[in-house]
Design a protein around this ligand. Sequence first.
Ligand code: 5RP
Length: 223
Amino acid sequence: MTQDELKTLVGQAALNYVEPGAIVGVGTGSTVNKFIAALAGIKHTIAGAVSSSTASTERLQAVGIQVFDAADVEELSVYIDGADEIDHAGFMIKGGGAALTREKIVAAQSRKFVCIADESKLVRTLGNFPLPVEVIPMAARRIQRQFAALGGTAILRLQDGVPLVTDNGQHILDVTGLNIAEPLGFESEVNQWPGVVTVGVFALQKAHVCLLGTADGVKTLVF
Ligand code: 5RP
């Protein structure tokens, strides 16, 4: 099976976690796009969605799913999102699509985080994928130096030759060369740095379940 087919498989499997009448928390990315396509098929059974990005909002609305503002709804039963890496404890690196801050907000509002991913995303230790960190632009240079002190190299993410601007009007640093052996401690520490909006380690908001697309079908990992 191709990676695209594995994404379709887990996107469809995630429907099993959608409760009738629910407002569903929806992440961002190519795997989530498969989920949105599957969700369109059962849209009359749900109340709507809370979205983690402008891109997902547009896609949800295009298939006729009502999108609610996160601030206007209470706790969500489930949040469905992809990951750039996930380890065997359900800790993740996210933010490859630059939506990490809103993703973490919607995840924090949800009782259950269901990660959907193809098997290439499962890792023993986080950190091979460049770690996305959303930062306030005036702090970017200093934060780059702080990562250098940890042995990392933080590069400003560009889009069409200029700094990428997130849905929140901020910038993204992608950090390589880090050893993220203790994701909980690492997330807590970096989140304290002045100017960091969100670090792309999801340990406090880890996955509860991972639907992993493999050549043998969907494997369900419970953390
Ligand atoms: C976006 C994310 C995505 O979940 C992550 O990048 C995985 O994306 P894809 O499903 O396209 O591989 O964190 O900010």
